[in-house]
Design a protein around this ligand. Structure first.
Ligand code: XIL
Length: 594
């Protein structure tokens, strides 16, 4: 009996939610499916270490759902694979390769020759002295080290022959200093000079001629380091060394590298005739919001897609923020509960903002009960309350929650005409009360933009320069210097629904330098609205501010006129000079909502 009811509910879900995504939490879109026509999507996994949890097992369903390429985060590095000469340890690597094969995934091998995570013995002579620290390195020292490197490559690459499709043969051999090409502190370089690089590639190719062989590095899109990497690669290619690709690690942050640098580097590496793998992608969000991180991910994936003829693998360095090696900057797509972050939604479809992808997939309007439990989340579209009531009892609803970028227009009549109540995502509203009054709801995406751009402004002081505060140019300011209060009014020309306002103050300006907080920023000010330009209502008030700008969400409000009203232009009573580089109000014309 219960089962039949569950099935009936499921069928109703299917009828209500016509999109390919159901409004069921488990049904996230799969990244590897989305990117199937572009490139495999990989992730680094750990099997066991003191520092890391065993993500291969704790995150296996996430791995299976989204990824079709795996890299072992640590256990294929030389110090793990060969901790003592001749003692190889393939256990953890095998677990990953077995897992990958059972799920039809690719495996990238990381890494054969590196200055880090490589046991000491590789670089010691027969008397136990570090060869790289000797004053004079003899030919037999060199042969000893070459022999060890080649033996390591021989054993490891043959162990996984046919099972690992791409190897990071040499990792991080290029210097960060613009004055030299090669990393000077690498024992490989100190002992063998640059030759170790080509010897490693030649050996790896000899052992597995089918494996794709990569040079892998961080900072690889930084123009300066990029040019030195290219110089090195050109040399290898000219000598006929079997190097097939460049691994761009991609340990980035919301601040950079710039999209221009990323795109340019991809073009230049592609010009060498090499394949490109993004091997260790993670974008730290220190000091930035999840939304800004999502925006960065969206832009870089636009670039990756554009160059998908040369980018043949994009691998994230982990899955969830808390298990990341950069856990302090939350750089990944999933949070500690393995739930998708805005960054995930951003790359689901790079044509849309993340919140549109999310709403189109798992819904925009959530109905919650008094315990906060989600009863259902509706996809954008029109629903009568009868539709909804057939899935669960409306009486259970205590709260509605609307996602960013959406409006919910509640209609009093079943046929979606007549009186309406409109809500936007910043509103909190009591669901029950509303549902008693209405018969249907229309959930729509709307873009809220800065509606002051292109309008005219009036002000009580320095009126001739008032428009400088709304011109979209953050180098020009409205700077009244008389006696507060100061006000600046903008006629929106028609009634708008507004939900956010931003004020960029003294500290954001070119003279103040890099966004300093301080007493020269306006201290007390508020946003007011009016329907007639005569009677004003306070909407949001800031007091005791010292920040260089404020960016505030407000409950959605109708406004024909908006006013910035400043009562304390600085924190210093003797300084009455106000500096406003930009005043922004975000909204949409009311007529565009319906
Ligand atoms: C990191 C791992 O993620 C950490 O767990 C480990 O402690 C240090 O190494 N460049 C590389 C990767 O090529 O091997 C590094 O991985 C991150 C930087």
């Amino acid at each position: 009996m219960k089962k039949i009811r569950a099935l009936a509910i499921l069928i109703m879900f299917l009828m209500i939610f016509p999109s390919s995504c159901l409004a069921v939490k488990d049904e996230l879109p799969s990244l590897k499916d989305i990117y199937e026509e572009y490139f495999p999507i990989g992730t680094a996994v750990s099997v066991a270490s003191w520092a890391n949890p065993k993500t291969l097992y704790t995150h296996d369903s996430l791995i299976e759902k989204h990824f079709n390429s795996l890299t072992v985060e640590n256990a294929m590095k030389p110090d793990y694979l060969q901790p003592r000469e001749g003692h190889f340890n393939f256990r953890q690597g095998n677990e990953v390769v077995d897992f990958a094969e059972s799920k039809n995934m690719l495996v990238r091998g990381h890494t054969l020759v590196w200055h880090a995570q490589t046991a000491d013995w590789f670089f010691k002579d027969n008397e136990g002295r570090r060869i790289d620290e000797k004053e004079e390195i003899t030919e037999s020292d060199r042969q000893l080290v070459i022999g060890r490197m080649e033996a390591h490559i021989e054993r490891v690459v043959s162990e996984y022959k046919g099972r690992i499709y791409a190897w990071d043969v040499v990792n991080e051999a290029i210097s960060d200093s613009p004055n030299v090409i090669y990393r000077q502190d690498s024992p490989w370089y100190k002992i063998l000079g640059e030759d170790f690089i080509k010897l490693a590639f030649i050996k790896a190719h000899e052992v597995d001629p089918d494996a794709k062989l990569f040079y892998n590095d961080y900072g690889a899109v930084n123009p300066n380091k990029r040019d030195r990497i290219i110089k090195m690669l050109e040399g290898l290619i000219a000598e006929g060394v079997p190097v097939h690709g460049i691994g761009i690690q991609g340990h980035w942050s919301v601040e950079g590298p710039s999209f221009e640098d990323i795109e340019r580097a991809i073009q230049m590496y592609a010009d060498l005739g090499l394949e490109i793998h993004i091997t260790e992608l993670d974008v730290g969000m220190k000091g930035y919001t999840e939304e800004e991180q999502a925006q960065y991910y969206r832009e870089i994936f636009k670039i990756f897609k554009k160059y998908s003829d040369v980018i043949t693998n994009v691998t994230f360095w982990g899955m969830t923020d808390n298990t990341s090696w950069r856990a302090d900057v939350d750089p990944l797509l999933f949070d500690k509960n393995q739930e998708p972050k805005p960054a995930f939604w951003a790359i689901v479809n790079t044509d849309n903002p993340w919140y549109v992808n999310k709403a189109e997939c798992i819904g925009a309007l959530a109905f919650r009960n008094s315990a906060g439990k989600e009863l259902v989340t509706l996809l954008p579209g029109k629903y009568t309350l009868n539709d909804i009531n057939s899935v669960f009892s409306l009486e259970e609803v205590a709260r509605l929650e609307l996602q960013k970028g959406y409006v919910a227009i509640f209609h009093e009549s079943e046929d979606f005409t007549g009186d309406t109540y409109t809500y936007i995502s910043t509103d909190e509203f009591d669901g029950l009360d509303m549902l008693n009054k209405v018969k249907g709801v229309n959930i729509k995406h709307v873009e809220f933009n800065n509606i002051l751009l292109g309008k005219t402004a009036e002000a009580n002081v320095a009126a001739d320069r008032a428009e400088r505060a709304i011109d979209g140019n953050s180098n020009s300011s409205w700077s009244p210097n008389a006696q507060a209060p100061y006000w600046l009014t903008v006629d929106l020309e028609e009634t708008h629904l507004i939900n956010r306002w931003v004020v960029k103050l003294h500290g954001t300006g070119p003279l103040a330098g890099a966004n300093p907080d301080g007493p020269f920023n306006a201290a007390d000010y508020k946003l007011q609205v009016s329907t007639d330009g005569v009677n004003w209502y306070d909407i949001d008030t800031v007091t005791g501010n010292t920040a260089s700008f404020t960016d505030r969400n407000i409950k959605s409000t109708e406004a024909r006129y908006v006013r910035l009203y400043v009562t304390r232009p600085t924190s210093l009573d003797f300084n009455q000079k106000l500096v406003v580089y930009e005043f922004e109000v975000y909204g949409i014309p009311l007529t565009n909502i319906f």
